[in-house]
Design a binder for this molecule. Structure first.
Ligand code: BG6
Length: 795
């Protein structure tokens, strides 16, 4: 059946070319011809949005004096792709403002003006270039411009741009506009490289980098709304009034069908680095004096980028929906052992280093497989009124402005302002106030508690941006500087999260409160100690039984293993039990802690979760120290102070940093710092036996500051010694094997994929403290427990 339709359409298309482009502009003065080429013209995006957008452009402009021709380009040969293209074209729908008769006519014309062309080789592009020029010549019409929309994977951009430059440039005086879809790179350097490669073929003013969020009606009105309502907003758009800013994109869909893309990108690169970041800049940038001055808008946006505080992994909570890994294995033909760390959910806290926003958290969050589809940005204001009685009265309620992009409970785009804030002015005649509502709540408030503004006619983002491309409105697109500034902000976080385990979530309503996250100072953590259900599939097994913490033996000592989060929870709990027992029995808990990065999560956990920990009766000792002043960032004591000690209430007298600095010099033998520490231990710690010593292990098998090849006489009598590290700073002070092995309990914490090799090797080697100092840890009468996370254990 389609063959018949296709043949008919093809015939029509041929007829059209013979009939000429210029006919439809009858009556209007001819402004020239525009050729539109969608490269990737039968792909998903083109099917879903682009053809519809170009049809709307055509319908709007058909009487304006321009004439058009449309080409869907692709790698497939003409006979295969033409019917597919025409099926898509038949599905376009008319803008509401067209009458049924007019619509039928315009649609018929549009179909006649469209054709498929194979665009694979340089010759294909040369043929296209020739064809475009030849048609113009035959018709005797002036060329207005050529618009190439590259709806193809980004790796093909540079090559296609080169082909366009070589053979498809328009005739003199006409414009060339090449539209690029995200992703524009996957980090700062790849974006820079792409930008250089494209720059070799195209001028900056010829490139239109699309972020379709900028075409969403609400997003495009953020600045006009701020301007129109500045008499109210100027007073409250600052840290004194704003509690926090939330920018949220929740989706119910999964990543099925696009895993090849998604697995490389993940949620931060897919929507946060671009869509949500753009919204953030629009909300927080200084208002330009002229909103349509592209340069000024960009300048103000860049000021925000340069004021964003550096992000590290503590600023983000990341998750992955449970079925994702199996989808990756299937779509990418990976084995059952393949384990993806790509986040499909992220909650990130950003701070802006400007006096105006000091201390105001900006939360960006998005995820696939959540309970609902909705997007919004909410400015939540502080409510400084303390309500004694009538809590439901309007002035007691939250004050907020919500830029509601669409979907969710409301189902239409809107800007909502709590009635206890102010009555907003409309930005222009294309917006109206909604006064009759159905009975819904938006972010906790009934709709009747808001003033609601909405566009008079709803428009699709792509259609809007396609019109802007045609009009050459560069302000709706992402400039190269903007793009690089955004990547330079996000890249460090992406790098720091590269090996981070993500919280698994079941998807949909079953997520419950698993993904709720909280802000603790500068840190973001999941709010609930959710049980992460992990099936044995993730360990390469075949059962479906779920487990959280596994116990076993390692190097003939006890081992506890779990995913990182659970492991830390377990170790912290074990420490608390050890502390409570020690205090109950002897009134004191002597704890010796190591440096390094592995225990940081533990310190933070103890600081922020263990409020009943008997800190008052705890003495904290150092396992080892670098010979640097204790205030330096690479001092182990400084790390311990910053992540733990400063957050808990301990007596100054119970904190025992190693005396690495004496007589204004560092670690000089004759100053006897090691002896001094040893004498403190002997005097204060019963039988010089710590209750708990927490160790880590380095890639070379070192533990504490006991390195391979150094003198580690286990039978020697000293408890503290100066040692040498192969890495800077070389000089160290460390507890000796003797001091450690006298302890009642020794925990060795090993975390991260990068330690997997080490864990494997250590499981095979015999005790050989000279080459592998960690193997010298054999508590004489105490207990050794290895705490190894699954990443380190399983790789
Ligand atoms: C796209 C992302 O850019 O934006 C998709 O690649 C995401 O993963 C989409 O679903 C969301 O856009 P919208 O307009 O549906 O909110």
């Amino acid at each position: 059946m389609w063959k018949v339709v296709w043949a008919a359409l093809l015939l029509l298309a041929t007829v059209c070319v013979q009939r000429g482009y210029a006919k439809e502009a009858k009556g209007a003065q001819s402004l020239g011809h525009v050729s539109v080429v969608i490269v990737g013209g039968t792909g998903d995006l083109a099917k879903k949005y682009l053809w519809q957008g170009f049809f709307q452009l055509y319908a709007n402009q058909v009487s304006s004096g321009y004439s058009f021709s449309f080409y869907g380009g692709g790698l497939s040969p003409n006979d295969k792709a033409t019917p597919i293209l025409f099926e898509v074209l038949k599905g376009v729908v008319c803008p509401r403002e067209l009458s049924v008769e007019r619509c039928a006519l315009v649609k018929e014309q549009f179909l006649r003006l469209a054709e498929y062309r194979q665009l694979k080789t340089s010759e294909d592009y040369q043929a296209l270039g020739k064809h475009l020029t030849e048609q113009l010549r035959q018709e005797g019409i002036v060329e207005a411009g050529r618009l190439f929309y590259l709806s193809v994977p980004a790796f093909a951009y540079a090559d296609i741009a080169e082909k366009i430059n070589n053979s498809c440039r328009p005739t003199d005086g006409a414009w060339l506009r090449v539209v690029l879809e995200k992703p524009f790179g996957h980090d700062f350097s790849s974006a820079q490289l792409l930008s250089t490669q494209l720059g070799a073929s195209l001028k900056d003013n010829e490139m239109y980098r699309i972020d379709h969020y900028l075409g969403k009606q609400v997003v495009s009105k953020i600045l006009p709304f701020r301007r129109e309502n500045s008499k109210h907003l100027d007073l409250i758009w600052n840290k004194h009034h704003i509690e926090r800013v939330e920018i949220v994109l929740k989706e119910t869909l999964d990543a099925k069908g696009r895993i090849a893309f998604y697995e490389q990108y993940g949620v931060i690169r897919d929507v946060i680095q671009n869509h949500l970041t753009e919204v953030m800049t629009l909300l927080t940038m200084e208002l330009p004096s002229n909103l349509s001055n592209t340069k000024e808008v960009l300048k103000n946006k860049l000021k925000i980028f340069s004021a964003l505080q550096h992000l590290d992994r503590n600023c983000a909570a990341i998750g992955q929906y449970q079925a994702y890994n199996a989808e990756v294995q299937e779509e990418l033909s990976k084995t059952k052992e393949y384990f993806s760390l790509t986040p499909t959910f992220a909650g990130i806290m950003v701070h802006i280093d400007l006096a105006q926003y000091e201390g105001v958290p900006v939360i960006l969050t998005s995820g696939k497989m959540l309970d609902e589809r909705v997007g919004y940005a909410r400015i939540l204001f502080k409510n400084d009124i303390f309500c004694i009685q009538s809590h439901s009265s309007v002035h007691c309620k939250p004050k907020q402005i919500v830029f509601y992009f669409g979907h969710g409970t409301l189902q239409y785009p809107a800007i909502l302002v709590s009635k206890n804030l102010f009555k907003p002015d409309l930005m222009d005649t294309e917006w109206k106030e909604v006064t009759e509502h159905k009975d819904v709540s938006v972010l906790g408030l009934p709709i009747s508690d808001y003033y609601v503004l909405t566009p008079t006619v709803e428009r699709e983002a792509y259609a809007e941006l396609i019109l802007h491309i045609f009009q050459g409105r560069k302000d709706s697109f992402i400039s190269a500087e903007n793009l690089l500034a955004s990547w330079s902000f996000w890249t460090p976080l992406l790098q720091s999260l590269a090996d981070t385990f993500t919280r698994l979530y079941p998807g949909g309503a079953d997520n419950g409160n698993m993904l709720d996250f909280k802000l603790l100072g500068r840190e973001v953590t999941f709010a609930n100690e959710a049980v992460v259900m992990v099936t044995q599939d993730h360990m390469g097994g075949s059962g479906t039984e779920s487990f959280q913490v596994m116990q076993g033996k390692y190097r003939s000592a006890d081992m506890v293993s779990a995913w990182p989060e659970e492991l830390i929870v377990r170790l912290a709990a074990d420490l608390q039990v050890a502390a409570e027992n020690a205090v109950r029995e002897g009134g004191r808990f002597h704890l010796a802690l190591s440096g390094g990065s592995s225990p940081l999560a533990l310190f933070q956990r103890l600081a922020h979760h263990h409020y009943s920990f008997p800190w008052r009766d705890t003495h904290v000792w150092m396992v080892d120290e670098r010979c640097v002043p204790l205030t330096e960032l690479d001092s182990n004591f400084r790390t311990l102070h910053d992540h733990l000690l400063q957050h808990v209430k301990m007596s100054y007298f119970n904190i025992h940093p190693m005396p690495v600095q004496m007589n204004q010099r560092l670690c000089v033998e004759e100053d006897s710092g090691a002896l001094l520490y040893e004498s403190d231990i002997t005097q204060l710690v019963n039988a010089s036996s710590f209750h708990f010593v927490l160790l880590g292990v380095g890639y070379d098998g070192h533990t504490a500051s006991l390195f391979p090849g150094s003198k580690l006489d286990a039978r020697g009598n000293s408890l503290v010694a100066f040692t040498e590290s192969p890495a800077k700073p070389h000089q160290r002070m460390s507890l000796t094997l003797k001091a450690i092995n006298q302890a009642q309990k020794v925990g060795v914490l090993v975390m991260g994929k990068s330690k997997h090799e080490l864990v494997t090797q250590l499981s095979r080697v015999k005790d050989n403290p000279k080459n592998w100092p960690i193997t010298g840890i054999r508590p004489t009468s105490g207990r050794l427990v290895w705490y190894i996370d699954y990443d380190a254990l399983l790789g």
